[in-house]
Design a protein around this ligand. Structure first.
Ligand code: SF4
Ligand code: SF4
Length: 95
């Protein structure tokens, strides 16, 4: 099952291995540091339900950055570093 998070990123949670590379890559984009707190992606693993949730923050707030689709990068870093392709770049605009 795919989830379209915004105009450009399509998520397949069932492919996610919870490696957290996207979280760290996103942090690096925003802050040039590898720190989960600087990422706008949150990956939650619910072992009991055997489920993984991937959340993308779209509005900047006191706790989290907002996704800017990796402005200034050649491609979205979360897509680039997601080895199992759980995050994909649609290249489409829904507007
Ligand atoms: S596109 Fe860039 S800013 Fe948006 S979630 Fe992915 S890594 Fe973070
Ligand atoms: S990089 Fe991909 S596989 Fe790893 S946590 Fe993020 S979405 Fe899941």
């Amino acid at each position: 099952m795919s989830i379209i998070t915004n105009r450009k990123l399509v998520i397949y949670p069932e492919k996610c291995t919870a490696c957290m590379l996207c979280v760290l890559a996103c942090s690096y984009h925003h802050s040039k540091k590898f720190d989960r707190k600087n990422s706008n992606i949150e990956v939650n693993v619910f072992k009991k339900e055997r489920e993984i949730n991937i959340l993308f923050n779209k509005m900047k707030n006191e706790e989290r950055q907002a996704c800017d689709y990796c402005e200034g990068e050649k491609e979205p870093l979360c897509v680039k570093y997601c080895i199992p392709k759980a995050i994909n770049f649609s290249g489409e605009s829904l507007e």
